[in-house]
Design a protein around this ligand. Structure first.
Ligand code: ZN
Length: 421
């Protein structure tokens, strides 16, 4: 079977592969042992680790004290497996300019000890702030990362993958790295969706520079710029997906969560990218946000050119409308296994059970395909297929599909959307 992964994050997959993986650690002493070995074998720059998970160490977080014993000069940063928290040592906090006098950011927290000193455990925007101080990888490091990601994905049988956040670090460097990786024989074909703001917004690189970079990249025949990516809302686990109604445990409300842009702004961004001839892919998870995205697509007069990413909560009426607009839709079945417990917690059993209505969406004739969103999940297409065929306990089994249907969504249907621009 030849798989395609039309929504993942290729460069971040590769960068994570270059970091220390803590997935095998069962205790604080395991983590410390792995960090010490890594510190000795890779002595330069920040010591970065991924897949830190205190729920596997009796629920107790490491703090900067334990990490300082490995080094108090070299910044050390352990990223939580959920991507919303991390633990930093003193050198990493210093590099970020964080000390006892630093206030918590809105939407984040520096966990503190008795004296008000940050103890190194960072949540949400505090985690993002310190993570943002990690030096940007060089073009060589990015190239190596893309090659590593390609090799790993090819080992799953994936032939092409679409990066959904190109331009997060620096668009020109990233495009150069994708070009070099392709020239060096990257094991997969790479397709790129550029962040809106690096093409049209305040970080735009300029039409001419983009044209030149695109020509060089596409001359390889193995890497292409396909479209523009926009985020409309957040995620269910952090109660930031824009939904109708309230999250569990919150007071009644007509709608909850977070729209990243005002309705007017979203409409104007979609129209701008559409008028410039781009295919657009919008991240929308909540039902409220998906209505607004459909409004914006419909207003362009050609909604069938564009893609909807995730669409995790859909009413019958929304499914009908999606079919009528004929948008492309990508879904990520592996999420149900990986994040199912947080969906149940945030939405309660009834609403959570109806997430990802794959059967209903297929029956409505919508142009649907699967993808992984790796590195958020492990990203083996077989895992996604398995989940779609047999949804985990607590998730409505009438939305299961057959093995053959699931395979098609990760192969021919995924190829169709990947090459649809
Ligand atoms: Zn994504």
């Amino acid at each position: 079977m030849i798989f395609h992964d039309p929504h993942c994050h290729i460069l971040p997959i590769g960068l994570d592969l270059q970091k220390l993986h803590l997935g095998s650690a069962e205790s604080h002493s395991d983590v410390i042992r792995l960090l010490k070995a890594r510190h000795a074998s890779h002595p330069d720059g920040w010591l970065l680790a991924v897949h830190y998970d205190q729920t596997r160490y009796e629920g107790i977080h490491l703090t900067r004290r334990e990490l300082d014993e490995i080094s108090d000069e070299r910044p050390i940063l352990l990223r939580h497996v959920n991507g919303h928290a991390s633990v930093a040592n003193s050198a990493a906090l210093r590099a970020a300019g964080v000390d006892a006098s630093t206030p918590d950011p809105v939407g984040g927290e520096y966990r503190r000890g008795a004296e008000g000193e940050p103890d190194g455990v960072l949540f949400e925007l505090a985690h993002e702030f310190v993570t943002g101080k990690v030096p940007m990888p060089s073009v060589e490091e990015m190239t190596d990362a893309i090659l590593a990601a390609g090799a790993s994905m090819a080992s799953y049988g994936i032939a092409s993958a679409t990066d959904m956040m190109t331009g997060w670090f620096d668009l020109e460097r990233e495009l150069t790295a994708y070009q070099r990786a392709a020239e060096l024989g990257c094991a997969i074909e790479t397709r790129l969706f550029l962040q809106y703001n690096v093409v049209f917004g305040k970080r735009a690189i300029g039409e001419e520079a983009l044209k030149v970079a695109k020509q060089r990249l596409e001359a390889t025949g193995r890497s292409h710029i396909d479209g523009i990516k926009i985020f409309a809302d957040g995620a269910i686990g952090s109660a930031t997906a824009a939904i109708y109604g309230a999250y569990e445990g919150q007071p009644d409300a007509a709608f909850s969560g977070q729209l990243i842009y005002s309705v007017e702004r979203l409409n104007s961004m979609v129209q701008t990218a559409h008028d410039a001839g781009w295919q657009i892919a919008v991240h929308t998870i909540g039902d409220r946000s998906t209505d607004l995205v459909m409004d914006a697509y419909e207003a362009t007069g050609d909604p069938s050119r564009h893609r909807i990413e995730h669409a995790m909560i859909l009413s019958d009426a929304q499914i009908e409308r999606l079919a009528r607009l004929n948008c492309w839709v990508t879904m990520q079945p592996e999420f149900l296994r990986r994040f199912g417990h947080s969906y149940l917690r945030q939405l309660g059993p009834e609403r959570a059970s109806k997430l990802k209505r794959v059967r209903s969406v297929l029956d409505a004739g919508i142009r649907l395909c699967f993808s992984s969103d790796r590195p958020i999940v492990a990203g083996d297409p077989r895992d996604g297929i398995e989940v779609a065929v047999n949804r985990p306990a607590g998730f409505d089994p009438t939305e299961n599909i057959s093995q053959a249907e699931a395979e098609r969504l990760y192969t021919t249907a995924a190829a169709e959307i990947s090459f649809s621009r």
